[in-house]
Design a protein around this ligand. Structure first.
Ligand SMILES: [Mg+2]
Length: 160
């Protein structure tokens, strides 16, 4: 449940060739610290390009975030992909809503996110493939910082 299926330094480091080759068609992307740095307003060009390339290749993409509607709505509109806010990850509700929007099967859907206890755990709950990224910025919401400490224990990483 706590084991990601793959790791990537960041979203734009996830190989679209590899996802294609393995039969994935849907990508659920976390927002804060996966797509946009926590507290930041704008995406890096690398990540924006990755989303554009993924769409061009026919991947279906949906953002699923525990953040509020305004932030999620603004970024999903900017990218032209649907977004689900206040998702309460790791609970299944937001991921299930995303699967309905994507129209993909669980086995052909991958979740990319920076947190073990929300993104990865929620994905594994539903049998979705999970790729854990490094957070874009070190700064986090207080609740997230507590979860990161626990993440390091589970993953056996050194405290930073
Ligand atoms: Mg995140």
């Amino acid at each position: 449940m706590f084991r990601p299926d793959g790791f990537a330094p960041r979203l734009s480091g996830v190989s679209l060739d590899d996802l294609s080759a393995r039969g994935f068609r849907g990508i659920i992307v976390d927002l804060d610290n996966t797509l946009v740095g926590y507290g930041q307003e704008h995406l890096a060009d690398l990540d924006r390009d990755w989303i554009a390339r993924a769409r061009d290749r026919g991947f279906r993409i949906c953002l699923v975030s525990n953040n509020f509607t305004e932030r999620v709505g603004r970024i999903s509109a900017e990218l032209g992909v649907p977004g689900i806010s206040s998702a309460l990850k790791p609970l299944p509700r937001g991921f299930l809503a995303a699967l309905r929007l994507l129209g993909t099967e669980r086995r052909e859907t991958v979740v990319v996110g920076d947190q073990l206890f929300t993104d990865v755990l929620g994905a594994k709950f539903l049998g979705l493939h999970a790729i854990l990224t490094e957070p874009i910025v070190a700064k986090d919401w207080l609740g997230t910082r507590v979860l990161r400490f626990l993440e390091r224990l589970v993953l056996g990483r050194k405290p930073t």
